[in-house]
Write a protein that binds this ligand. Structure first.
Ligand code: IVH
Length: 684
């Protein structure tokens, strides 16, 4: 007979743990710290060890993974799991909509758009409110029984919240987040195991493990997107959108980015928007699934073969391709870092020809076991430079060569340094021409001193002729010098004298104008290691002048929130170098502003909030409103995310406002925004 006190406590602990687990893994909104959560788990484990008769399969302690099996059992799917027809562009999507409209005799219908997760489809059966079985999609009619593996995924409820049908099946996609994937690959690299090429393969591989303990150790997640079937399901929702809400209420994780839209134009815009924005997602999505919302209409439309007529997948263009790695080149960066890059047999990936791709550093190349001559997977992700994901080992011929960095800098031949604990090898020669050029290009670039008309060719020519030896020298250039140089360049292109004079004159005035750039710009432009645009902004706000920053100790620097020991050490090192101080002095003498303008942001009630503006505002332009909140210490962004605090919606606000409501951000009218500004002490 179990001890009633222990039983009560165990039950209480399980309720608490399930609740906090739900807050953390399903809602992404924890209420207690990890340590507090661990303490609850620890107490439960101890009690269960003392009272083994109290252990049940639904106990949160049982998510660690049961004993391995020889092979998976088979589960029949009473209602088959369908697949989806694909469309690849707006025209095809519109054609799908026309067909459906025709089949519905011209009636209008709402559609639900959901991101199409790139993972493994699963079906979860609940009986009496408890997870009974979980299976893969398999061929749609029979899947593999992987209940023990699915139990280890914390966002899958083992026990349902609230009233639910006696038996029902929920469908969803199990996936690894991008961060989880990185973490998994790092772990594999440490163990000397081959790396996974992408989150999808590794996610699917993680779930289909014969040993559930392996699954338990992987950071898997799920989004559920359908109710497969339900017994005793009287009073079930009549639309897909309501079904998603119903599943959410039962405690399932439903993607908060889904929307219900009334017109196919809105649907098309949603799909196209996500083609670009998908790179900002923490997981991989390979398209948008568009579904007819009305379940009655779904019935009426039916299925052809394996594909329902009532849904379609708008597929994103592929972001990966394979090609041959012809060689590995090395760029010398502005701080002397040696950056290897891939020279590829040109390959088309989502409409763009890729010839070069990032390889990060030597360690990364060795870790991924990328060899010269390999067939490699290349990937384009967002705006960033394409990267080499890894080799296709099965296509090796034995002719491939391992890569090693040279002993000397490829440009100036100075022996390279490999600082302990740093992945990047560096050329220590400050006079290395490659570094000089990169630093100068950086100095004049947008975001730094933003000097228009000083392109790569002009920078290179200035250094070559010895007219510029360090970045401060550009402020001492004369119009004559520049003219002579520009004319030299122009001779080749056959331009006349007047054009040359004009270009030189423009460059001189752009250089002159740049003297008044904000302090953050100059701090960034100097090219101090580890000081990017954001850090420069922080430093400018905190220190107010270059002199104050130069005088700060490492300890002072570390007081600034967002500045860690590595950055602090780098800044201190920069300003203890005579040569750097000489350059700063030259900048000062040339009249470059080295102090912040007096309008430093005040501490205001808006500090740290994030705003998104959408729609037409009456009293502000969008940029005007954005700079206003920035002045008040808040951030402005164009994307609605979990970090968004307020969405200010003007006329015709579009989908951002809907997104905000789903994510729980507050939506303000322009009136309410003005009110908020007043509270923050600003006259509207
Ligand atoms: S609906 C007709 N919704 O895509 C209903 N599927 O080809 C078919 N998938 O492997 C499924 N995210 O697991 C649906 N939001 C979503 C989805 C989704 C990913 C997967 C699904 C299956 C494939 C369908």
């Amino acid at each position: 007979m179990a001890d009633p006190v222990a039983r009560d406590r165990v039950e209480w602990l399980r309720e608490q743990i399930n609740y906090h687990n739900y807050r953390y893994h399903v809602l992404d909104s924890p209420e207690i710290s990890d340590a507090q959560f661990d303490a609850l788990m620890q107490e439960l484990r101890t009690l269960e060890a003392q009272h083994p008769e109290l252990v049940t399969p639904e106990s949160p302690t049982q998510r660690v993974g049961a004993a391995p099996v020889e092979a998976f059992g088979v589960i029949d799917h009473p209602v088959p799991l369908l697949s989806l027809g694909n469309v690849f562009n707006r025209e095809e999507l519109l054609a799908w909509h026309r067909r459906v409209t025709g089949l519905l005799d011209g009636r209008a219908f709402d559609m639900v758009c959901e991101l199409k997760m790139d993972g493994l489809a699963v079906a979860l059966v609940y009986e009496g409110g408890r997870l009974a079985t979980g299976a893969t999609r398999g061929d749609g009619y029979h899947g593999e029984e992987i209940t023990q593996n699915l139990r280890t995924i914390k966002s899958i409820p083992l026990v349902i919240q609230g009233a639910a049908p006696r038996r029902f099946e929920v469908r969803g996609e199990v996936f690894l987040t991008k961060a989880g994937f990185e973490q998994l690959n790092q772990e594999r690299a440490r163990q000397g195991l081959p790396l996974y090429a992408n989150p999808r393969n590794s996610g699917a591989g993680s779930v289909r493990q014969l040993d559930p303990r392996i699954t338990a150790a992987r950071p898997l997640d799920i989004f559920v997107y359908a109710l497969g079937w339900a017994e005793d399901g009287a009073g079930m929702p009549a639309t897909h959108w309501e079904t998603l809400g119903f599943l959410k209420d039962l405690g399932f994780r439903v993607n908060p980015l889904s929307v219900r839209l009334g017109s196919i134009e809105e649907v098309a815009s949603f799909c196209e928007e996500w083609v670009e924005r998908r790179h900002t997602l923490p997981y991989e999505a390979d398209g948008v699934v568009v579904k007819v919302d009305n379940l009655g209409y779904q019935q009426q439309l039916g299925v052809v073969g394996r594909e329902p007529r009532w849904a379609v997948a708008y597929k994103f263009p592929a972001i990966q391709g394979t090609t041959r790695l012809l060689d590995i080149g090395i760029n010398v960066g502005r701080t002397g870092s040696l950056n290897p890059y891939a020279i590829l047999k040109p390959v088309q990936v989502s409409g763009v020809t890729i010839r070069h791709a990032a390889l990060h550093n030597e360690e990364d190349i060795l870790r991924k076991d990328i060899r010269i001559g390999d067939v490699v997977i290349v990937q384009r992700a967002g705006e960033v430079i394409p990267e080499v994901v890894g080799p296709v080992v099965s296509r090796r011929t034995g002719q491939e060569r391992e890569f090693r960095l040279p002993e000397g800098c490829p440009v100036c031949e100075t022996p390279i340094l490999r600082p302990a604990g740093e992945a990047m090898a560096r050329c220590p020669n400050r006079a290395c021409p490659a570094q000089g050029l990169e630093l100068l290009k950086h100095f004049v670039s947008r975001g730094a001193m933003d000097i228009e008309g000083m392109g790569q060719a002009l920078c290179a020519a200035l250094l070559e002729r010895g007219l510029v030896k360090d970045v401060a020298d550009i402020y001492y250039l004369t119009a004559e010098q520049l003219e002579a140089l520009v004319m030299g360049q122009n001779k080749r292109t056959g331009n006349d004298i007047a054009v040359g004079q004009k270009r030189a004159g423009n460059a001189i005035s752009a250089i002159e104008q740049s003297k008044a750039r904000p302090l953050a710009s100059i701090l960034f432009a100097l090219g101090i290691r580890h000081v990017g645009g954001e850090t420069a902004e922080l430093l400018a706000q905190r220190f107010g002048s270059l002199a104050a920053l130069a005088a700060a100790s490492e300890a002072d620097l570390m007081q600034v929130e967002g500045i860690g020991p590595k950055v602090a050490a780098s800044i201190a090192a920069y300003f203890s170098d005579e040569e750097n101080l000489r350059i700063v002095e030259k900048l000062r003498q040339a009249g470059v502003a080295l102090e912040a303008a007096p309008t430093a942001p005040r501490a205001t009630p808006l500090q740290g909030l994030e705003f998104v503006f959408t729609g037409r505002l009456e009293r502000f332009t969008r940029t005007g409103a954005e700079s206003l909140v920035k002045e008040l210490g808040a951030n402005a962004s164009s994307n609605v995310t979990r970090k968004t605090s307020y969405v200010v919606a003007g006329e015709e606000p579009g989908s951002k406002a809907d997104r905000a409501r789903q994510l729980g951000a507050k939506v303000l009218s322009e009136e309410e925004f003005l009110h908020l500004l007043e509270e923050a002490g600003v006259k509207g």
